[in-house]
Design a protein around this ligand. Structure first.
Ligand SMILES: [Zn+2]
Length: 333
């Protein structure tokens, strides 16, 4: 057994309460490798933003769960070295799908877990979530649950169609499961292709695809049922078109990649939405930088020479999200 407290990590309870009261959201960034983690910590330390480091099942397979946990422990020390006196860093399991997996994360240093029973029938989702909550709370590990289905593909998470969260279910669900936060479906989705061109309109000035707006009426109805309860948005990358353009310019092929406009996320961050998940944008920043270096310097074969610029680009991206979209800068002094 390793408690997250021994690793210097924090759970989400206090950071969410402050975020709801303060009208901002905590960034939840996925990481799979050292450069991503360095970039997340540099951006968070520079801006003094609380941060959630997310580990998906894909990341666990790619990098190994134990190694990722030690990397998170290292991240706390690295943050202090960067001059962040009291780092508020949470290590979170993204899309846990079984009790055993969530238990293993609670047992080995994670400070927060998600149990995603959203694809199960309602009563089964409740039973599974309740089981995880009962276990996790013994160790002060916070639990995120999900109601409603997001469309899109990310690692092993995929669904053809989205189903908005039903506001009439949320009180019963939150009360019976005891979950600490709730991921909802209001039109965000996983991956870099969140909407088909048919679902979008075209901006006459730029010719870019403009996605349909998020269902803020559903969010409002949920907040009315559960005042002050922490709400989570998954699949909230914006798919910056400048990265897509660089990728396409230097040999990539990402036609019609489209994400959630940042003004929509800014609006959400001011509400009870207190955790916003961003993964694809970091992948795009990384890939754009790597493609550019390799295209311009075809003789380059030192990974540091292209992963370094990729890391710098990710620092810029994370800093932008923290300061200009989520408003979490200066909230963990
Ligand atoms: Zn997700």
């Amino acid at each position: 057994m390793v408690s997250f407290k021994e690793l210097g990590l924090v759970n989400t309870r206090e950071m969410f309460a402050k975020a709801i009261n303060g009208g901002y959201a905590i960034p939840a960034f996925n990481f799979n490798n050292m450069e991503q983690l360095q970039a997340i910590i540099q951006a968070s330390a520079q801006t003094k933003s609380p941060v959630i480091l997310q580990v998906s099942s894909g990341a666990r397979k790619y990098a190994n769960q134990t190694l990722l946990r030690y990397m998170a422990q290292g991240a706390v020390e690295y943050a202090k070295e960067l001059g962040w006196e009291h780092p508020q860093i949470c290590l979170h399991l993204d899309h846990g799908n079984t009790f055993e997996l969530c238990k293993s994360c609670c047992d080995f240093g994670f400070s927060s877990v998600m149990i995603d029973g959203s694809s199960l029938p309602y009563e089964e989702n409740i039973a599974l979530t309740r089981q995880v909550v009962e276990y996790a709370h013994q160790f002060d590990v916070t639990v995120e649950a999900e109601l409603g289905v997001l469309a899109g593909v990310e690692d092993e998470v995929q669904a053809e169609e989205s189903h908005y969260t039903k506001p009439e279910e949320v009180i019963d669900f939150a009360t019976r499961t005891g979950c600490d936060s709730l991921a909802i479906s209001i039109g965000t989705s996983h991956g870099a292709y969140k909407f088909t061109p048919e679902q979008c309109t075209v901006d006459p000035e730029t010719g870019r695809l403009v996605p349909p707006p998020l269902a803020f009426d559903v969010l409002d109805a949920i907040m009315e049922k559960l005042p002050g309860f922490p709400i989570v948005l998954h699949g909230s990358s914006s798919v910056p078109q400048e990265y897509v353009d660089i990728i396409n310019k230097y040999g990539g092929k990402m036609p019609n990649a489209v994400g959630i406009p940042e003004d929509q996320l800014r609006k959400a961050a001011k509400s009870a939405v207190c955790k916003i998940n961003i993964d694809s944008d970091s992948r795009l920043a990384f890939t754009a930088a790597v493609r550019k270096v390799l295209a311009e310097k075809p003789g380059e074969f030192d990974p540091r020479k292209y992963c370094g610029p990729a890391r710098e680009e990710m620092v810029k991206l994370y800093t932008h999200k923290i300061v200009n979209v989520l408003g979490s800068d200066g909230k963990a002094l």
